[in-house]
Design a protein around this ligand. Sequence first.
Ligand code: DX5
Ligand code: ZN
Length: 233
Amino acid sequence: MTRRDFLIAPSILSANFAKLGEEVVNVIASGADWIHFDVMDNHYVPNLSIGPLVCEAIRPCTEAPIDVHLMVRPVDRLIPDFAQAGADIITFHPEASEHVDRSLGLIRDSGCQAGLVFNPATSLQHMDYVMDKLDVVLLMSVNPGFGGQSFIPATLAKLAEARARLDAYERESGRRIRLEVDGGVKVSNIAQIARAGADAFVAGSAVYGAGQDSDPHRYDSVLAALRAELGRA
Ligand code: DX5
Ligand code: ZN
């Protein structure tokens, strides 16, 4: 796998919200690939974050894909709003949708890539009958709701199992599904996580916690370090 096959997706949940546009511009200039956009509703998860208006506001700041992670219930009502607001990828938790196949179809029909998100205790079987509608599989390596939590080690074995399923699907269909991981990803563990099978890496506090607020290049070194570790994976 070449370096660029690994995607780094900083989560703006840990960015400075008073300067969100700049934060997006700077992190992409420093070498990030996707903008991870965490949507929390104080219902499906015990926290409240940002919605389609904020997605629309940052859309003109970058051409990088915006990766919307919905932690909301119900799911379907918000899909067209995020598509309209410029999302490129929309993922949701199967437990939060009454009709998973329909929600995936809605995302695809609105012109976005679609994905399912698996909580640490959620079985991978939820992907079984919808592989053809998946562009991304996202494994949570923390319980959703907050940035800055520690990586749950059992995710490594689960990543390997997901990798095997996605590789088998690619062999039979010729279609590659991305395997993303979210929560507690840092310079110290990203290589191990990549070796377990992930190819897209959300990192919130590890990226946005770096450097001094006034320095526009403050994310250069952490992104270079993450990339260097991926080069060793
Ligand atoms: C958690 C969110 C994550 C979070 C990651 O519910 O989905 O995207 O922001 O933050 P870190 O990298 O700090 O664990
Ligand atoms: Zn997330």
